[in-house]
Design a protein around this ligand. Structure first.
Ligand code: HEC
Length: 146
């Protein structure tokens, strides 16, 4: 009897959590929610170029070519896509950004960039992490221009 009660309780708890999750579809503007879905295995990947100037420069070029059309030349977002200099985006690990760029979030309008080589993705990540001037220990953010 105890066992049945236990099993039923567990089943109910599972049901409630599952339906809860199913309802929480990632809304537009729910910034960072996709990034936080990155698997643990990639979250702590090391960025081989962290803080390196040549990578920041290369990343900036790639950003202007591939991303600025939607996220704005200064990375602060446009009507099409969110602000990438926001503290929410700036507080995630490089591995989470890398993973998100590779996978995108097509249903919400963010393309996947898996066709770019890993090296270029890391360069973009390196550049993205210079975008928040308020955070300490970041490379000084310069105005973005061609
Ligand atoms: C076609 C327009 C478009 C292009 C091009 C684009 N993005 Fe996005 N991006 C979006 C949209 C729309 C979202 C919001 C998606 C969402 O709600 O998850 C987004 C979200 C993001 C996010 C935040 C994810 C989150 O969890 O909120 C990051 C980081 C990002 N883009 C980086 C980039 C980078 C870097 C590039 C260039 C390699 C790029 N994007 C190119 C449209 C675009």
């Amino acid at each position: 009897m105890r066992r049945t009660v236990m099993a039923v309780t567990i089943a109910m708890v599972l049901l409630v959590t599952r339906t809860g999750l199913a309802k929480k579809d990632p809304r537009k503007g729910d910034l960072g929610s996709e990034l936080r879905r990155a698997p643990i295995s990639v979250q702590w990947l090391r960025n081989p170029y962290a803080g390196q100037d040549p990578a920041i420069r290369a990343g900036k070029k790639l950003y202007l070519r591939h991303c600025a059309g939607c996220h704005g030349a200064d990375g602060r977002g446009k009507e099409k896509a969110p602000n990438l200099s926001s503290p929410t985006i700036q507080s995630v690990t490089p591995g989470m950004l890398f993973w998100f760029l590779k996978n995108g979030n097509l249903s919400e309008g963010m393309p996947a960039w898996s066709r770019l080589p890993d090296q270029q993705l890391w360069q973009i990540v390196t550049f993205l992490q210079t975008l928040c001037p308020e955070l300490p220990n970041q490379n000084a953010s310069q105005p973005i221009q061609e």
